[in-house]
Design a binder for this molecule. Structure first.
Ligand SMILES: NC(=O)c1ccc[n+]([C@@H]2O[C@H](COP(=O)([O-])OP(=O)(O)OC[C@H]3O[C@@H](n4cnc5c(N)ncnc54)[C@H](O)[C@@H]3O)[C@@H](O)[C@H]2O)c1
Length: 283
């Protein structure tokens, strides 16, 4: 692990230790190496040159800014050879925006984990137009070998897949509140008591396949209705509608006051750990 701040490295190392032990106790450690052995393989340095020495794969997780990504990728580009793949954790910036002029740009791509990554194994692999297929395949194999569940986007697209789906849902959730159809807590309940648990096991395509006698039957019977509903969804909200914003803020801060947010995040982790244990037992 490399950082410009030694303090951050010390904190990160302590976090890695705690998280490995936590995953081990929960039976959710991925891979075959015991927690203490995995931890003993973690070294920290404030020298980028040392960190990259003979590196096969690099997961860059520094600040989320195009200028910063350009700078750190240029620094790495100058230090690596032909065999190092450089993946960025960026949630929002396509790799083409910060790797175009690099010598090793064919080895650069986005490798986006999902929050909280400790429990959610999805990883989006998003190549730039110049990323080689070999680099994509190498990252996919590495991710699989450490227990991640990678999906490879065939081409670069804004928001990748997770945020395109997530933001489409957020827009409609917002409209349901601003159009005074549902309260914010009831919108959340539609997900937590309905769609969420269903999607924890099967995605939207598998769902329509099972909700009729196969996908072709679903399309025959229901797609006209699906299109009528979709045509009725309003424009993109501004997310500044004063009434909706106030209602959503009031509802959320009553349910989860800001000074208790860390307790709610810890509870979410516990719940996700239990869900992942269940999913593991169903494999
Ligand atoms: N936080 C999440 O849930 C999450 C999820 C998926 C992806 N990401 C992505 O991961 C990246 C990091 O996000 P974060 O929330 O951990 O950010 P953060 O601000 O918490 O951490 C950034 C780290 O980068 C270090 N840093 C700053 N400049 C540096 C440099 N020149 N060289 C080396 N290290 C440097 C900082 O010291 C800090 O430790 C972003 O690109 C973000 O989009 C974050």
């Amino acid at each position: 692990m490399y950082d410009i701040s030694y303090d951050q490295l010390e904190k990160a190392k302590a976090n890695v230790k705690t998280n490995l032990e936590k995953l081990s106790n929960e039976g959710l450690l991925r891979g075959t190496i015991p927690a203490d052995k995995a931890f003993s393989a973690v070294n920290v340095t404030t020298s980028l040159k040392d960190a990259l020495d003979e590196a096969v794969y690099v997961q860059e997780s520094t600040l989320e800014s195009v200028d910063h990504k350009k700078k750190i990728f240029a620094e790495m580009d100058a230090l690596v050879g032909e065999n190092t793949v450089l993946g960025s954790s960026t949630s929002t910036i396509p790799a083409s925006q910060f790797t175009e002029n690099l010598v090793h740009r064919r080895n650069c791509l986005v490798v986006h984990p999902v929050n909280p990554p400790l429990y959610l194994p999805l990883t989006e692999i998003v190549p730039a137009p110049w990323t080689s297929q070999e680099a994509v395949e190498k990252v996919r194999d590495i991710m699989k070998s450490i227990g991640q569940e990678p999906v490879c986007l065939k081409k670069e697209i804004l928001g990748f897949a997770v945020n395109r789906l997530q933001f489409a849902l957020l827009a409609e959730a917002w409209r349901l509140v601003s159009d005074d159809v549902l309260s914010p807590s009831d919108v959340d309940k539609v997900m937590s008591a309905g769609l969420g648990p269903r999607y924890a096991f099967k995605g939207p395509f598998a769902t329509i396949h099972m909700n009729a006698n196969g996908v072709m039957d679903y399309c025959d019977r229901y797609m006209a209705g699906v299109k009528r509903v979709l045509a009725d969804l309003g424009p993109i909200p501004t997310f500044e509608e004063p009434q909706a914003l106030k209602e959503i803020d009031t509802s959320l801060t009553a349910e989860m006051p800001l000074d208790k947010l860390n307790e709610h995040k810890a509870q979410r982790e516990k719940n996700l750990a239990a869900l992942m244990q269940l999913k593991k037992s169903k494999q």
